[in-house]
Design a protein. Structure first.
Length: 181
């Protein structure tokens, strides 16, 4: 039985390693073509909104009755409409997502700075403050240069995320517990 477990462990590590390499390649490609990645991300989000809205609409009509049924129908229709709009107009969808990203970064920055002012965080306050300040600066850069940054911001963030994820998974697969042969 232990031979089987060791074989499975080696197989999982190998698959994880290949997955990590694939993520590194996709991350590098996304960084090389951030505008294409931005548009692809908008399309994927739009398709997910359409699918999620359709599932929500179907689920709403499967309920017998209830106070939330019509609210679920409205939210589902909103998701479908937003998804169709993003698929039909990916450039406008990219502007919307970039604006949302900028707003989230600003909110995160303000939160980090406020937490840094709380003495209960001790020595971690400096890191909370630095992280908050960096998020605030990034968010401000995105919001104040929105039209200049629309094409590449989302694609660059996706590329960096894929690259970091790929390196992390590859390193974890290489450094994981070794199966003894």
């Amino acid at each position: 039985m232990t031979d089987t477990m060791q074989s499975v462990g080696r197989g999982l590590r190998m698959v994880s390693g290949f997955y990590g390499i694939l993520m590194i390649i996709l991350g590098a490609a996304a960084l090389a073509l951030p505008v294409v990645t931005t548009l692809a991300t908008v399309l994927v989000i739009g398709i997910c909104l359409i699918a999620g809205g359709a599932v929500g609409l179907f689920a709403s009509f499967q309920e017998k009755s209830g106070n939330g049924r019509w609210l679920n129908v409205l939210w589902s229709l909103l998701a479908i409409g937003l998804g169709i709009w993003m698929v039909a107009q990916p450039g406008v969808g990219a502007v919307s997502l970039t604006l949302l990203l900028g707003a989230v970064l600003v909110a995160r920055g303000i939160t980090g700075i406020m937490l840094a002012l709380d003495s209960s965080f001790g020595q971690a306050r400096i890191w909370l403050g630095i992280g908050g300040l960096l998020s605030l600066i990034l968010g401000g850069m995105v919001l104040f240069n929105l039209m200049d940054m629309v094409g590449w911001t989302i694609g660059t963030f996706v590329g960096i995320d894929f690259l970091v994820t790929g390196v992390t998974i590859l390193l974890a697969s290489m450094m994981g517990p070794r199966a003894s042969a």
